[in-house]
Design a protein around this ligand. Structure first.
Ligand code: GLU
Ligand code: MG
Length: 467
């Protein structure tokens, strides 16, 4: 579970009661420092670290960090909005003790995600983790809903000895190839061990389609914990790879051609312990609310891409025939549609049925992505949106008339197009609030300006090692 309480100056009472014992336990395990982690608007993981002995002070009063990172671009230049991007001001980072873990592949270190509040003790409107936490608590209050979520992680393993900037796959061999599994046997066994030691329940780990690519899928948690977990899983993959002399990239596209790295979201809505995606009277056992939730996400998918596919490189991945879900359509187990309805196998449906959102990559800030997808789905429920006809097969085969009749649209083909959709979307902007919505717009436009005139190959190269 995740604490749903906002941090307060002086510390959350439940944290204060246990921090001394926790600190002593960490010190006894040889933990010397704690990584305080968050993700910026551009999707880059940023950290501060403290010695273990400072944990109590951090839990009570937070750790200082400038709000300027909310408008950092992926390559560390800064854009500004009405209220963000100035050199003034400071925020307090508060670790979430419920999510603190000892890092198995970084001896001497523990890790915790943070919420950020102002020095006056107020909610920082640019804090993406707080945005997701609030979205979840509002949904519980207004709709009586809870959620389970998981984020798939795909990445490329490159040789650490390759020239800087270059990608040389760390292992040869075909998609899902046994040779790749053998080639990286020690590294991936260490990865499984590290994830298990960190209480990350792994469903699967396998060689994926593209050169040097692997994927790990993990168990579902509440949305905030799922976003935290995706950050932790990536920290762990990097750390294990570094110990094996390998380089890791979660970039949407390793090259302009071919399959990219996805970060598909799996989501299910629950009420009173019952999964709304199973056992209902609608298609594939969905309840009316589950259908409307899916319809809400589908309706806003073009605007959502500004959050779920936020990099110029995202649009090298978000193309037909790459299982990235480049069309506004849904289908049962359809891997070319934006939404894949996952029913699970007979006998497991009540637990497993969920909705997979595919046009999401790992340049996305997972808190913003989950929060915005939830906001879109909840708006669908509020509006009682009908879910259109499902599609089967590849939507790329439709001619323009057939696609229009079915309501199937190609998702934005570029970041500027996605930003245009996002700016026109009042539901997403309202959910984010003006500060975060403006940060998203400004950062995306900053990335567009930074890559103006680059070829696809140059865009791929520019972001290859950024995420
Ligand atoms: N690599 C694909 C993507 O970019 C996903 C492949 C899969 O379905 O797992 O989304
Ligand atoms: Mg995959």
């Amino acid at each position: 579970m995740t604490t749903l309480a906002d941090p307060v100056p002086g510390g959350r009472p439940a944290d204060l009661r246990r921090v001394a014992a926790l600190t002593a336990g960490l010190a006894a395990q040889g933990v010397r420092g704690i990584v305080l982690a968050y993700v910026d608007t551009a999707g880059v993981g940023r950290v501060k670290t403290i010695p273990t002995a400072r944990l109590e002070a951090a839990v009570s009063w937070g750790v200082g960090m400038s709000p300027v990172f909310d408008t950092f671009l992926a390559h560390d230049t800064i854009v500004t909005t009405d209220v963000l991007g100035s050199p003034d001001g400071d925020l307090r980072l508060y670790p979430d003790l419920d999510r603190l873990v000892v890092l198995a592949a970084q001896p001497g270190w523990a890790w915790a995600p943070v919420d950020r509040i102002t020095q006056e003790g107020e909610r920082h409107p640019g804090c993406s983790r707080t945005f997701l936490r609030r979205t979840v608590t509002d949904a519980a209050a207004r709709h009586g809903l809870t959620f389970k979520a998981a984020i798939e992680v795909e990445w490329a393993f490159g040789l650490g000895s390759a020239p800087p900037g270059e990608f040389v796959p760390a292992v040869p061999g075909p998609a899902y190839g046994a040779t790749r599994q053998v080639g990286l046997s020690d590294c991936t066994a260490d990865l499984l061990a590290a994830l298990a030691a960190q209480d990350v329940d792994v469903d699967q780990l396998h060689p994926e389609y593209a050169a040097g690519q692997f994927e790990v899928s993990v168990g579902a948690l509440d949305p905030v914990a799922a976003a935290d977990r995706s950050v932790l899983v990536r920290q762990t993959i990097r750390a294990v790879a570094a110990r094996h002399g390998l380089r890791v990239s979660f970039a949407p596209a390793m090259s302009a051609e071919g399959v990219g790295n996805g970060g598909h979201l799996h989501l299910s809505c629950w009420r009173d312990g019952v999964n709304l995606h199973a056992g209902g009277e609608r298609r594939y056992g969905m309840t009316p609310e589950a259908e409307s939730f899916a319809a809400g996400v589908l309706a806003r998918m073009p605007a959502l891409t500004a959050v779920t596919a936020p990099s110029p490189a995202s649009y090298l991945r978000l193309r037909p025939s790459r299982w990235a879900g480049a069309f506004t359509a849904w289908g049962r187990e359809t891997r070319e549609a934006a939404l894949r309805v996952v029913t699970g196998t007979a006998g497991r449906r009540e637990q497993d049925a969920n909705l997979e959102v595919k046009p999401v990559d790992l340049a996305a800030n997972p808190y913003l992505a989950l929060g915005c997808v939830l906001a879109a789905g909840l708006d669908g429920i509020t509006a009682g949106l009908p879910l259109p006809e499902e599609i089967t097969g590849d939507p790329a085969r439709y001619g323009p008339d057939e696609a229009a009749a079915l309501g199937v649209r190609r998702l934005p083909v570029s970041l500027p197009e996605a930003v245009g959709e996002f700016r026109a979307d009042r539901v997403l902007r309202a959910a984010l609030g003006p500060v975060l919505a403006d940060a998203v717009t400004a950062v995306r436009l900053g990335e567009v300006a930074a890559t103006g005139g680059l070829t696809d190959d140059q865009v791929a190269a520019a972001y290859r090692w950024t995420y």
